[in-house]
Design a binder for this molecule. Structure first.
Ligand code: GAR
Length: 204
C-alpha cells in the first residue's frame, strides 16, 4: 500500500517519537511511515530510539553554520522524499521561508491547550511551570499545523488533562505526555497522512 513518507524532527528525549514508532507498529498509523528522524542536537536520545527501530537518521546542527540550517534540513527532506513533517519536541523555531514551503504539511505537538501557554519562549517544562504558576485546574496538549506564527497554525486535535494538587512541572509534564501527547500525536499523524493520500488519489 502507498504510504506518506514522514520525517520526525526532534531535539531531545524523543518520547513522542517513540509513541509514533509504537503506533506504526501497532497499526494505529497505517497511511504513513516514518522514513527519517532528523535532530538539531547530535546528542538527542531520540536518535538512539530511531536507530533501534531501524529508521534512517540525520543531524543538522544550527551552530555549525546558522545561515544554511534550514537549507540543510530541506536537502535531507528532499533526499528522503518526505511529504509530512512532524515536530516532536523540536526546539528550534523555523522561519516563514521554511514553513511556507510546506503548507499544512508540518504538524507540531505542544504541551498545553492552545491558546494558553504557547508562543515564543513556551517550550518543554517552561509551559508547565507557567500553567502551575497561573493556577489552571486543567491543561493538556494540542497538535496543530505549523505556520509562520509560533504555535499559531490550525488546530488538529486537543486533549485536556487534569492538574492535581501538589503537581510539579515534572509530574504535570509526565501526565500530559501519557494521557494526551502520546495519544493525539499518532492519531493526528494518521489523520493528516490519510488526507494527503486521499488528495493524491483524487488528483490522479
Ligand atoms: C514534549 O512535551 C513536547 O510537547 C514539548 O517538548 C516535549 C518533548 O519531549 N514540545 C514543546 O514544548 C514545543 N513547543 P520528547 O522529546 O520526549 O517527545
Amino acid at each position: 500500500m502507498l504510504k506518506v513518507k514522514i520525517a520526525v524532527l526532534v531535539s531531545g528525549g524523543g518520547t513522542n517519537l517513540q509513541a509514533l514508532i509504537d503506533a506504526e507498529r501497532a497499526g494505529i498509523i497505517t497511511s504513513g511511515e516514518i522514513a527519517l528522524v532528523l535532530s538539531n542536537n547530535p546528542n538527542a536520545y531520540a536518535l538512539e530510539r530511531a536507530r533501534a527501530a531501524g529508521i534512517e537518521t540525520a543531524v543538522v546542527s544550527r551552530k555549525e553554520c546558522p545561515e544554511s540550517f534550514e537549507e540543510r534540513i530541506i536537502a535531507e527532506l528532499d533526499r528522503h522524499g518526505i511529504e509530512l513533517i512532524v515536530l516532536a519536541g523540536f526546539m528550534s523555531i523555523l522561519s516563514e521561508r521554511f514553513t511556507s514551503r510546506y503548507p499544512e504539511r508540518i504538524i507540531n505537538v505542544h504541551p498545553s491547550l492552545i491558546p494558553s501557554f504557547c508562543g515564543k519562549g513556551f517550550y518543554g517544562l517552561r509551559v508547565h511551570e507557567a500553567a502551575l504558576e497561573y493556577g489552571v485546574r486543567v491543561s493538556g496538549a494540542t497538535v496543530h499545523f505549523v505556520n509562520e506564527i509560533p504555535d499559531g497554525g490550525k488546530i488538529i486535535m486537543q486533549k485536556a488533562v487534569e492538574v492535581k494538587d501538589g503537581d510539579t512541572p515534572e509530574t504535570l509534564q509526565r501526565r500530559i505526555m501519557e494521557e494526551a501527547e502520546w495519544k493525539i500525536l499518532p492519531l493526528s499523524c494518521e489523520r493528516v497522512s490519510r488526507d494527503i493520500l486521499t488528495a493524491k488519489t483524487n488528483n490522479d
